[in-house]
Design a protein around this ligand. Structure first.
Ligand code: ADP
Length: 359
């Protein structure tokens, strides 16, 4: 039978890499969409590790009851270096044969998608769904978990602001986002931060401190500075110390929100996006497609070739040489350049807005 037209009878679903609220909503959506189409669903535990070790449980419609509201991932997640090896990949393929898995939906980040490409190449059609709180997958405007994480940031920093106002303090808060400052930037705007430090934009420490001094003279009592994790190890602590030195009559404290940002019940947006993307991923497998990642572009759910998405990410993060870029098709080069320009412009605009608000 032509591989493209081969009927999908059983699919596997896994979550891999860093967990994100809303992954369960995606697992539920994949499961129910598949079952609605007469397809059996195998839950693969602990990401690619479970594929290697054969940790598989069959999911029926009830198996995913009540997980819509849960943070974390009921399938568990793991990092699995063995999967990157030839031996590990062979084991994973054998597990797929044993359980008669005709296709896989892999929910995670860039690393997860690289694994998905390897599986697709080995004849196991795989579709990716972006799940990471950092929203650092370039090809998609949105990844599952981002909204919940930002709402956590807002809830936590609002509390810090209450006490900072009482004691006329400055709070420097480090938020997650090693590769991208979206949580810091959008969360920072939402909490009314006086300064936002992200690696995508130049951050002038002295100008930020001057802004605090000026606003203090203008009767402002509390200050929130949001620093993205991507600024580097101890950056936020060091900046806290610098503010303390330069404004000695104001107490400045450092807080790292860390993993609280990863947990919690997913917000409406994350549940909704996860459900829509989960439906689409199964639809793509039914259509005989493979090696695609479901993305959000211009507020619409679209699908992109994983390789294209990974190249776009590399280009955006300056991890691609000019020679590698030149080797891509002309239309890919054009669309990537346009997309990256637009993405950078959006970040710059948010940044300018945040500055205007912090007087
Ligand atoms: P994320 O998916 O959040 O980016 P990781 O980078 O840790 O998280 O990737 C998750 C898993 O995907 C890894 O533990 C590994 O099993 C698999 N993976 C990552 N990179 C590759 C790769 N280059 N080839 C095959 N599998 C990979």
């Amino acid at each position: 039978m032509d591989e493209i037209n081969k009927k999908i009878r059983r699919i596997g679903v896994l979550t891999s890499g860093g967990d994100a609220p809303g992954m369960n909503a995606a697992v539920r959506a994949v499961t129910r969409m598949a079952i609605s189409n007469g397809i059996r669903v195998m839950g693969i535990l602990k990401g690619y590790r479970g594929l290697i070790d054969g940790e598989i449980v069959e999911y029926d419609a009830r198996a995913v009851s009540n997980i819509l509201t849960l943070g974390g991932t009921v399938l568990y997640s793991d990092r699995c270096d063995e999967f990157k090896t030839e031996k590990g990949m062979k084991k994973a393929c054998r597990t797929c044969q044993k359980y008669e898995i005709d296709g896989i939906v892999a929910i995670g980040g860039d690393g997860t998608f690289r694994g998905a490409t390897d599986l697709s190449r080995r004849g196991i059609p795989t579709i990716g769904i972006p799940g990471t709180i950092d929203n650092d997958i370039t090809a998609t405007e949105y990844s599952i978990g981002f909204d919940t994480a930002m709402n956590t940031v807002v809830a936590m920093v609002d509390r810090l602001r209450d006490t900072s106002e009482s004691h006329a303090r400055c709070s420097v808060v480090e938020v997650m986002g090693r590769d991208a400052g979206h949580i810091a930037l959008q969360g920072g705007i939402a909490v009314g931060a006086t300064g936002i430090a992200i690696k995508e934009m130049p951050f002038d420490e002295d100008e930020c401190i001057n802004r605090i001094i000026h606003a203090r003279m203008n009767r402002k009592r509390n200050f929130i500075i949001i620093v993205s994790e991507g600024m580097g190890t101890n950056y936020a602590e060091n900046f806290t110390a610098k503010i303390s030195r330069q404004i000695p009559d104001m107490e400045t404290r450092f807080a790292r929100l860390a993993h609280v940002q990863r947990g919690g019940s997913p917000t409406l947006r994350d549940r909704l996006v996860a459900t829509v993307m989960g439906n689409r991923a199964v639809e793509l497998l039914i259509e005989g497609k493979k090696n695609l990642v479901v993305c959000m572009q211009n507020s619409k759910v679209v699908d992109l070739d994983i390789e294209y998405a990974l190249n776009l990410d590399k280009r955006y993060k300056n991890k691609m040489t000019d020679e590698q870029f030149a080797a891509l098709s002309e239309s890919d080069q054009k669309s990537m350049t346009k997309f990256i320009k637009q993405k950078k412009a959006e970040i710059a605009e948010f940044y300018q807005i945040s500055k205007r608000m912090s007087i």
